[in-house]
Design a protein around this ligand. Structure first.
Ligand code: GLP
Length: 254
């Protein structure tokens, strides 16, 4: 890992143009690997941020013959206690926003299972890691960022070597995500997430952030000293990370 080569920063006028640029890169990656008869392994994120990216990938599938037949996906995280049918689950989010609209093979979709019982969570986390390795590792990981610097659901305090497993959600994250629920008390208190080390194993990482409310944390993720208090700062050591920002999210960069 080499601090001098990464992250790269690309600033766009708005989320739509940033998402179009990234979706075009993803399409090139899928097509170039397909030519070599190789699958493409994508790490996927939820939240409001990747919505325009999934919209553009749906469009490329519908209008531009982009096939997901040879794509394997691993999602970052899921709320614990929510099953697949729950409208707030990330399983539902991903199927509504992307999977129902493209030709991905169902057995190639991996989303952490929010219904695993506490006793089985450690083994389940190891099996998720194994499935990523069996697929050949993640070629490109899409990331959002929490306003407290979390990546996936790795909250401040998470060590760099953490692996997939259960986590407690911070008050700040639950408050931020309460907009998607009918009240803070309905936001789950726990989740299962890929670890920081799992994320950093990805061959390439694309972190997306939009809007003024992300400007301070984007500045800190890029420029604050590496620290468990800011898990996104670990990306400073990843050799192939690009931050895709709109102008407001880039407005506090030095
Ligand atoms: C959730 C997800 C993160 C995501 C974050 C940001 O906490 N677990 O993966 O990056 O939200 O959400 P948004 O994109 O809505 O700002």
């Amino acid at each position: 890992m080499n601090k001098t080569v990464s992250p790269a920063i690309q600033v766009y006028p708005d989320p739509a143009s940033a998402s179009r640029a990234l979706a075009a890169e993803i399409a090139d990656l899928i097509r170039s690997r397909e030519k070599k008869a190789l699958p493409t392994v994508l790490g996927l994120a939820t939240g409001g941020t990747p919505l325009p990216l999934y919209q553009e990938l749906r469009r490329l599938h519908a209008e531009n013959d982009l096939s997901f037949h040879n794509v394997i996906t691993f999602n970052l995280d899921e709320y614990l206690g929510l099953d697949h049918d729950d409208a707030h689950s990330y399983w539902q989010f991903m199927h509504q926003q992307l999977f129902h609209h493209v030709d991905i093979q169902p057995q190639n979709i991996h989303i952490p299972d929010g219904t695993i019982t506490p006793a089985d969570l450690a083994a389940y986390g190891r099996s998720y890691e194994q499935a990523i390795r069996d697929a050949g590792g993640i070629d490109l990981q899409i990331l959002g960022i929490g306003t407290n610097g979390h990546i996936g659901f790795n909250e401040p305090g998470t060590p760099r070597d953490s692996r997939t497993g259960p986590v407690d959600l911070s008050e700040k994250t639950r408050r931020d995500n309460a907009v998607h629920f009918s009240g803070l008390q309905l936001v789950p208190t726990r989740a299962i997430t890929m670890g920081c080390a799992t994320i950093l194993d990805a061959k390439r990482i694309a972190l997306l952030a939009w809007g003024e409310r992300k400007a301070a944390i984007i500045r800190d993720a890029l420029h604050a000293p590496l620290s468990p208090s800011l898990p996104a700062s670990y990306l400073q050591e990843h050799p192939a990370t690009t931050f895709y920002l709109d102008q407001p999210a880039a407005s506090k960069l030095l």
